[in-house]
Ligand binder design. Structure first.
Ligand SMILES: NC(=O)c1ccc[n+]([C@@H]2O[C@H](COP(=O)([O-])OP(=O)(O)OC[C@H]3O[C@@H](n4cnc5c(N)ncnc54)[C@H](OP(=O)(O)O)[C@@H]3O)[C@@H](O)[C@H]2O)c1
Length: 254
């Protein structure tokens, strides 16, 4: 059985919010959290609760799936009001790279305003609104964390190939947003960490069209990525707030 989080007292029970819990990585994160005895409650926010985590028989009331429109300020305000503070950990696992209506651009001539705005809305504005409503609920008495799945390709410093302009820009903007949140909440929540996380290349619907040439050992299952990410979160310290970390704990320059 995986350990409790290192930051817990022996008798404390963590309360966690996962947004985008119906996605490949989000669902694996919820299931991994429920395997940890120190996690008392997981609020799983998704558009599709029917796609959500398949909890083991003994999870009982520890999992609360909520159908949520995480793109709506009002909907998030109502959700936050219905979830009592304190929350110990928020993981934003939502995001988009492609859909029926949009594909990552190869070159500048592929850019389309509507598609670009939609990627920015989902990858940047949604985490911003989740932060707006859930950061104030973070536990002030012990370590707490607000994390969002970013991507290594969102690093400006690491950009050697170009392409995927909207997705890269949306994740670069997400990284800036997380840094701003870290600065703003340092005073009111000195034990809190705000961080971006790169999950690796993970075999999900999001990556499926692009993983043909990825060597098998570099393509993680969602379960493997979720386990790595929870370990990274476990090791985060308040001094790490505002940074982006890869699945192996390496800091990603941005
Ligand atoms: N897979 C990879 O290789 C990889 C690599 C780097 C970074 N990431 C990042 O990791 C995160 C999770 O990706 P994933 O691979 O798990 O993708 P996924 O399986 O496609 O899941 C993404 C989830 O995001 C939510 N979402 C998508 N469009 C939305 C919309 N219009 N409104 C509200 N929610 C929406 C949905 O959650 P619900 O179904 O719960 O509504 C969806 O299931 C993303 O931020 C992605 O950028 C992934």
């Amino acid at each position: 059985m995986p350990a409790m989080f290192a930051w817990q007292d022996a008798d404390s029970q963590l309360r966690v919010v996962v947004a985008g819990s119906g996605g490949g990585i989000g669902r694996a994160i919820v299931e991994a959290l429920l395997e940890r005895p120190g996690v008392g409650k997981v609020y799983a926010l998704t558009r599709r609760p029917e796609q959500g985590a398949a909890p083991g028989a003994d999870t009982g009331s520890r999992l609360e799936q909520r159908r949520a429109d995480i793109g709506s300020d009002d909907s998030l305000a109502a959700l936050a009001a219905s979830i009592s503070a304190p929350i110990d950990l928020v993981i934003v696992a939502s995001g988009v790279l492609h859909s029926e209506a949009l594909a990552p651009e190869r070159r500048s001539r592929d850019l389309d305003a509507a598609a670009m705005l939609e990627v920015l809305r989902i990858n940047t504005v949604v985490p911003a609104l989740i932060g707006k409503h859930f950061l104030p609920l973070l536990n002030k008495r012990r370590k707490a964390a607000f994390t969002a799945l970013s991507a290594r390709v969102g690093s400006i410093a690491d950009n050697r190939l170009g392409g995927w302009t909207s997705y890269r820009a949306s994740k670069a903007a997400l990284n800036m947003l997380l840094k701003n949140f870290a600065i703003e909440f340092r005073r009111s929540h000195p034990l809190a960490v705000v961080a971006g996380l790169h999950p690796g290349t993970v075999d999900t619907a999001l990556s499926k069209p692009f993983t043909g040439r990825v060597p098998a050992e570099q393509l993680f299952t969602p379960e493997r990525s979720a386990a790595y990410l929870l370990d990274v979160i476990d090791r985060l310290e308040p001094a790490d707030s505002g940074s982006v970390f890869a699945w192996d704990g390496q800091r990603i320059p941005y």
